[in-house]
Design a protein around this ligand. Structure first.
Ligand SMILES: O=C[C@H](O)[C@H](O)[C@H](O)COP(=O)(O)O
Length: 234
């Protein structure tokens, strides 16, 4: 079974278990979420479900529109029943690294106002410690004018190496959906207290959000090479 099929089985399982009629549904971002929205659209059509979808990114909004699903916003739906989102890595405590695709700020906002955050991923994202498998580091969204001092400060606090994320089809840095830059912090100490790190980095002026999701994930589904799905609860 391919990696794409592993993503698909995890996404389908999560949508089947957590999406109910009349729910307010947070739509995550990334390549795995594409399958979740596909499955949601099938169920809305076949079961005539009423589901309001709240996007976590430009990409998520486009997916909702493409599948003719009902688009909502936080102003009118401030409490979300369930959000299904991907992750770059999930450790044994269900701490997540997110933002590999540049979407983390809106994802964290939506997750924090959701009753449940469900993660869908293929088996390569399932780790014991953060950094075991995902080697690109923790994404940190920052205000552009402050990226250099923020980078220096985080390296002085915790070590490791930090790079400003460069765009691929554009000269210069990646600019997020919110007009900010992304720093990728490749940490060397895998035994840090991620809850403390999350809080301390967020306190640095100019840091908008960090792609560490601590104690937020309710359940994770990992699609396996054999086609089955491994589930993990918090
Ligand atoms: O910035 C992107 C998001 O945090 C994604 O949810 C995360 O990178 C996982 O994406 P994928 O499902 O493509 O591996």
């Amino acid at each position: 079974m391919s990696l794409e099929q592993a993503k698909q089985v995890a996404a389908y399982r999560a949508v089947d278990e957590f999406v109910t009629d009349n729910c307010i549904f947070g739509v995550g971002s990334g390549s795995t979420v594409v399958y979740a929205v596909q499955r949601l659209a099938e169920r809305v059509e076949s079961e005539n479900l009423k589901v309001t979808c709240i996007p976590t990114s430009f990409q998520a909004k486009q997916l909702i529109i493409k599948h003719n699903l009902k688009l909502g916003e936080l102003d009118t739906n401030p409490i979300i029943d369930v959000t299904i989102d991907g992750a770059d890595e999930v450790d044994s405590n269900m701490t997540l690294i997110k933002g590999g695709g540049g979407c983390l700020l809106q994802e964290k906002i939506i997750a924090s106002f959701s009753k449940k955050l469900i993660v869908i991923a293929d088996y390569t994202k399932d780790s014991v410690k953060l950094g075991d498998r995902y080697k690109k580091g923790i994404p940190i969204e920052v205000i552009p004018m402050a990226y250099v001092p923020i980078k220096n400060k985080i390296m002085a606090m915790y070590g490791g190496d930090i790079k400003l994320r460069s765009a691929i089809a554009k000269a210069g840095p990646v600019v997020t959906d919110n007009g900010n830059f992304i720093l990728d912090w490749v940490f060397t100490n895998q035994d840090l207290d991620w809850e403390k790190v999350n809080a301390a980095i967020k306190m640095i002026p100019g840091v908008v959000e960090i792609g560490l999701f601590v104690k937020m994930c309710h359940k994770a589904y990992f699609g396996q090479p054999e086609g089955n799905v491994v589930e993990r609860f918090n």
